[in-house]
Design a protein around this ligand. Structure first.
Ligand SMILES: Nc1ncnc2c1ncn2[C@@H]1O[C@H](COP(=O)(O)OP(=O)(O)OP(=O)(O)O)[C@@H](O)[C@H]1O
Length: 667
């Protein structure tokens, strides 16, 4: 019987980004989920209310698939099977070929076994004494036994090969997803459509890729068995074949319809599941644990999780009921047609149009055929069900390939004398205005260049463009006259070290957290310590329980965590360790205490000799020392010069500087 149960997805990822998954809108569903009303704050989160199961706006791309009509669904099957086999072929061509050959051979052996039953019946139903009849049946019986044994052996070998293929497909799908996810440019991560596609592909697409292959193989197995039974029936009497085919129609109809029901329901539930997983994560994660208790939100969140679980349970029960009903209709109709086949068989025997021995074999073949039919319906149903998620996986792959960074052969030079920006403009996907708008700028070797401006003026975006993380839509960036778009993007990034505003807290040892800045080269402990000293991290690392070998993650036993400022010092050390000609520091001292900040800036001066440092900071005292200062406003450069020049100009810079200086003086 086709499996009607939509499986809840596994909790297998960090769902913080699922915050966007809140569905809303008016009720459109005929059986909305009930509301858990017992608890205090639950109602506050119930804006989704009766419309909880509406398709959320961000799932519109798959809405079309969910509304797919019956015939369109039917036509999808061959394509799905082809894609599944292609995926299997890529994951393991030899194993896939072996599965294919073994399954077909097992089917042929099965057909031979069926045909040999004619001989057995023929022998047993002859006139004459029983020993004679048994003796006449023996050769066919031996053939039958051999055929059954060979079929069993081949089927077992096919299962073993399938067992090897299945995890290889999972591995290949996971590798492909990660490869494509990391190959797209950074701006793609800001594209909500892509992020949504990535999350769906990751949550359900990868397991679906594996299962679509698994059930694709089952479809083949059952199809071979069915063709064998049908072939035998066609040989025994041509009229029996169309009856078997006719019996397949209602079962197939039920399988496709049940798959469609499940998919539509799962699509609706995805938003609920994602919210529920996000909340469940918040309840169990370390980071929000403090605030969760401080604001006593435990009961509030638990009630919301319970409400979402209830919605999901009610919907799943509703779909199972409808699916089972559909399947029941299909099977009842198939059963009637199968019964008709037996009636036709009896009529053929009655009217002498068929011999008794052939009739016995035909009854056996009908029985086998119907069994295969039922199994085929089950596997087709599962292929559809998983195929719908597999389509998400394929859609993501196609989308990511379209967003993949161009990778020209030319490698960036080891250093530069001058970087020039000419009318550089960058706009985030879906943003109305450019975050960086027509910027002209020159960075020379050995200079410290500061970017200042109010929040949102475009400093970090410009830094990311300089680092080769974003490709400008207009304008050019040249390194000694060569347009950087001609360089392989990774080769360019290898020449840049960045201290991000929110540096990544790698769950690795303190040593690896610094050495990862140049992970492609082996680094001795002495070299790592030198970088740590440059970033003012050495002292606190030496105070950690296992010094440089301390794992920096509280998620593991014996792991340690650092303060925000300490993490920032590690990030600065990491950037020093990278030893690149262009160092970009995006508020490297935001979390540092006054002493550490002073130390870092002193070192920046030393570092700038032979390098170029781009410094973004709101601390005007640190900017003062820069060789050149660019003041940004709404993505444009509004002032440019050194400290003295800008103070003399008495513009935005002078205002910002005087404001901070007077704050210190009055304190
Ligand atoms: N990932 C993003 N997607 C869309 N828009 C973004 C993204 N990051 C920044 N922006 C927008 O681009 C503009 C410039 O942001 P940016 O972070 O470059 O400013 P900033 O000067 O570095 O600000 P701050 O001083 O607060 O760090 C802002 O309007 C911001 O809302």
């Amino acid at each position: 019987m086709p499996d009607a149960t939509p499986a809840r997805p596994a909790d297998n990822h960090h769902p913080a980004s699922d915050l966007a998954g809140a569905p809303g809108g008016p009720a459109a569903h005929d059986s909305p989920g009930p509301t858990v009303t017992a608890d205090d704050g639950a109602t506050m989160l119930e804006s989704g209310g009766d419309g909880e199961l509406d398709l959320p706006y961000w799932l519109t791309s798959t809405q079309e698939a969910a509304n797919t009509g019956f015939l369109r669904m039917l036509r999808r099957l061959p394509r799905l099977l082809r894609d599944a086999w292609l995926l299997a072929w890529r994951a393991g061509p030899g194993t896939t070929a072996a599965v294919l050959v073994l399954q077909v051979a097992a089917g042929v052996a099965g057909a031979l076994g069926l045909i040999s039953t004619v001989g057995v019946f023929d022998g047993l139903l002859q006139a004459g004494p029983t020993p004679e009849r048994v003796r006449a049946a023996v050769p066919s019986l031996v053939l039958l036994i051999v055929a059954v044994a060979v079929r069993g052996l081949l089927a077992s070998a096919a299962t073993a090969m399938h067992g090897r293929l299945s995890p290889a497909v999972y591995e290949a799908a996971e590798n492909r997803l990660l490869d494509l996810t990391t190959r797209v440019d950074l701006a793609t991560f800001d594209d909500p459509d892509w992020r949504d596609a990535m999350e769906r592909a990751r949550d359900r697409g990868i397991p679906a890729a594996q299962q679509v292959v698994d059930f694709g193989i089952e479809v083949l197995t059952n199809l071979v068995g069915l063709v064998a039974a049908a072939g035998v029936l066609a040989v025994l009497h041509p009229i029996l074949l169309p009856l078997l085919v006719l019996a397949a129609v209602p079962t197939g109809w039920a399988a496709v319809r049940a798959a469609r029901l499940n998919y539509r329901s799962e699509l609706k539930l995805i938003a609920v599941w994602r919210r529920q997983r996000m909340l469940a994560y918040l309840l169990a994660a370390r980071e929000p644990a403090g605030e969760l208790r401080a604001f006593t939100v435990r009961r509030f969140l638990l009630a919301e999780v319970a409400r979402l679980l209830r919605i999901s349970t009610v919907e799943e029960i509703r779909v199972v009921t409808r699916s089972v009903r559909t399947t029941l209709y299909g099977q009842a109709l198939s059963g009637l047609i199968s019964g008709l086949s037996y009636l036709v068989l009896l009529w053929l025997l009655w009217t002498g149009r068929m011999e008794l021995a052939v009739g016995g074999a035909a009854a056996y073949a009908i029985n086998i055929g119907i069994g295969k039919l039922r199994e085929l319906a089950f596997s087709v149903n599962r292929v559809y069900e998983q195929g719908l998620y597999f389509a998400d996986f394929q859609g993501f792959c196609a989308m990511s390939l379209a967003h993949a960074e161009p990778s020209p052969e030319l490698r960036a030079p080891a250093g530069f004398s001058e970087i020039r920006l000419d009318r550089v403009t960058f706009r985030y996907p879906d943003a109305e205005r450019a975050a960086v708008d027509g910027i002209d700028m020159t960075l020379r070797r050995g200079e410290i260049v500061a970017l200042v401006g109010e929040n949102g003026s475009g400093k970090s975006t410009l830094a990311a463009v300089l680092a080769g993380l974003y490709r400008p839509q207009q304008g050019t960036i040249t390194w000694d006259g060569v347009d950087v778009s001609r360089f392989h993007p990774e080769s360019l990034r290898e020449r840049v070290a960045v201290v991000m505003q929110e540096p990544t807290r790698w769950p690795l040892s303190a040593r690896a957290n610094i050495a990862i800045g140049r992970h492609d080269r082996p680094a001795s402990l002495a070299q790592v310590q030198e970088s740590a000293r440059a970033g003012d991290a050495h002292q606190f690392v030496m105070e950690l329980p296992r010094k440089y070998d301390t794992l920096l993650s509280r998620h593991f036993t014996d792991g340690a965590d650092l303060s925000g400022g300490q993490w920032q010092r590690l990030a600065v050390s990491r950037a020093f360790h990278r030893d690149a000609p262009l160092l970009i520091c995006d508020e490297p001292t935001a979390n540092l205490d006054a002493r550490a900040e002073h130390e870092v800036y002193l070192r920046l001066r030393d570092l700038a000799a032979g390098r170029t440092v781009v410094l973004i900071t709101h601390r005007m005292a640190s900017v003062r020392e820069a060789d050149r200062i660019y003041v940004l406003d709404h993505g444009k450069v509004v002032e440019e010069g050194d400290h003295e020049e800008l103070m003399a100009a008495d513009g935005v810079y002078a205002q910002l500087f005087t404001l901070q200086a007077s704050a210190y003086q009055s304190a």
